[in-house]
Design a protein around this ligand. Structure first.
Ligand code: CA
Length: 235
């Protein structure tokens, strides 16, 4: 998908955010359509098949969570959520329903464009792509085919669980994964209610991967939601 021709649908009732989205996205070459209610959004999504749908969780008619659930019955492309601050449980619910990521209001243009870039990149990548088997970011190289992790050219020894956790996050670089999604992917469906596993292994993994484990550059915490492998670590 070409960013310059991407067609976006935003389902958002707040006129101020509508204006912000229009100005920000059209200036960067996106074509944006706006729906002001959940039902209008569902209708326009089916009619115009946008490349990305942006959904505000607080809509006047049906909830944004309902919109996501109904979209995901047929819509396979990225869904980004707009959420109010301090509504972590809503964000988790939206992600578990199949949304790809979220932005917390108020958000800036840079953050919005970064989330869109990540969502579009993951849409374009197909599992098994040769280019996707080696992830190189900063000083860190993860060779998914060889199950090998190096930092500054030095092999890092990981346990199988640590490796699976790192690989799950790195394969979705830039995208948040909920505690539940990580527990299911790494430990299996029986362990989705065992968040302490995740905390213990994340701490161990950061000690092996990060130069400063308490100030991670790669393995970022999304408070109350999950973890995100940095898309572009600074420094
Ligand atoms: Ca709203």
């Amino acid at each position: 998908m070409n960013t310059l021709s991407a067609r976006l649908l935003a389902i958002e009732d707040d006129p101020q955010i509508q204006r912000f989205l229009l100005a920000a996205l059209e200036a960067h070459g996106y074509a944006l359509e706006i729906a002001t209610t959940g039902n209008e959004g569902l209708r326009l999504a089916a009619l115009h098949q946008p490349d990305v749908v942006i959904v505000d969780l607080g809509l006047p008619d049906i909830s944004g969570l309902d919109v996501i659930g109904r979209l995901r019955e047929w819509y396979k492309r990225p869904i980004l959520v707009l959420s109010a601050r301090n509504r972590e449980s809503d964000k988790v619910a939206a992600l578990d329903l199949g949304a790809d990521d979220y932005l917390t209001k108020p958000f800036g243009i840079g953050e919005l464009l970064a989330r869109l870039r990540v969502a579009q990149r993951h849409l374009a990548e197909r599992p098994g792509d040769a280019a996707g088997s080696r992830i190189e970011i900063g000083a860190l190289v993860i060779d998914l085919a060889a199950h090998r992790v190096r930092r500054d050219g030095v092999d890092i020894h990981l346990t199988p669980i640590e490796y699976r956790l790192l690989a799950a996050l790195a394969q979705h670089r830039g995208k948040v994964l909920t505690h539940r999604q990580l527990l299911r992917d790494v430990w299996g469906a029986n362990h989705v209610e065992s968040p302490h596993y995740l905390r213990i292994y994340m701490r161990a993994l950061r000690h092996k991967i990060e130069a400063e484990p308490t100030r991670p550059r790669y393995l970022l915490t999304e408070v109350g939601v999950g973890y995100r492998f940095a898309d572009a670590p600074d420094g």
